[in-house]
Design a binder for this molecule. Structure first.
Ligand code: FES
Length: 278
């Protein structure tokens, strides 16, 4: 197989609408570091590129693992593909790798599909010698992903569901606040999930002086810092998620502005999903 034959090697459904795929991409597998992502196009004719975190990589096999949720037009097309099918293009690894170091105690919060990008970052912080606490949030027990994989390396795992069908019936910010109130406080927190969840994680840790890293998943077009599609405001400055991120100081991100921009693309997405043009 040619290195640029982006064949799907395996496909597994993790929960309702969430899929894991291994893709043949030897160059990316060899280069990637935790925190980096790819831009993927399913088909050349429509050509929307979606950013997806590299959840794992196998250098010997020359494969990368992606995890995605079927939420819009392109991810629905992707979910319909099967082992042996080929993707039109995979660009990466993109973005800045996570700065992983030994800081002491690290609390990682993952919400919904955000647990997928959190997984390699949490694993890297554990490997660097930190005490690792992971808080996994989902609407209900069927939507909790990667719990067993994360329990295999984390020191403590807390599952929170909105309806209490698994773990605690609580928002992820409840245990996060409890850890912040304990002595010693966490040395670092990391939150990856819906923007509203990351915003509330920021407001939870801010009074305690616990640093927060967030990984942003915005609309992306070129992935090179040229188009401006992925811009966010961080500490009053415009940043591009594709080249400056995807990780930023969560206490400085303008989440309200980011959510407004994401909303702005909804009508096009809904038209495409309904089979209409753009
Ligand atoms: Fe175009 Fe980042 S995707 S600037």
């Amino acid at each position: 197989m040619k290195p640029t034959d982006y064949a799907i090697l395996s496909k597994r459904q993790l929960s309702e609408n969430v899929y894991m795929m291994r893709i043949h991409a030897p160059y990316i597998a060899a280069e990637r570091k935790p925190g980096q992502f790819i831009l993927l196009s399913v088909d050349e004719s429509y050509g929307e590129r979606i950013p997806l975190t590299i959840a794992d990589a196998d250098v010997a096999e020359g494969s990368i693992t992606i995890i995605f949720q079927k939420v819009g037009f392109t991810t629905t097309q992707l979910a319909a593909m099967e082992v042996g099918d080929h993707l039109a293009a995979v660009l990466g690894p993109l973005g800045q790798p996570t700065h992983v170091s030994k800081v002491g105690t690290v609390v990682c919060v993952g919400g919904g599909i955000g647990v997928a990008p959190m997984h390699p970052i949490a694993k890297a912080f554990k490997a660097a010698g930190n005490r690792l606490i992971c808080i996994l949030g989902a609407r209900n027990k069927d939507l909790v992903i990667l719990e067993d994989e994360i329990r295999a390396f984390a020191d403590e795992v807390i599952v929170c569901t909105d309806d209490g069908s698994a773990g605690r019936k609580a928002l992820v910010t409840a245990p996060l606040k409890e850890f912040c109130e304990q002595a010693p406080r966490p040395d670092l927190s990391i939150a990856i999930g819906p923007p509203i969840m990351m915003k509330f994680c920021a407001e939870t840790v801010r009074p305690y002086g616990v640093p927060l890293i967030v990984s942003l998943n915005t609309i992306m077009v070129d992935g090179t810092g040229m188009c401006g599609g992925c811009r966010v405001t961080v500490g009053g400055e415009t940043k591009f998620v594709c080249v400056d991120g995807p990780e930023f100081d969560g206490l400085k991100v303008d989440f309200d502005g980011m959510m407004k921009r994401l909303q702005a693309y909804r009508p096009q997405e809904q038209r495409m999903a309904a089979g209409g043009g753009d």
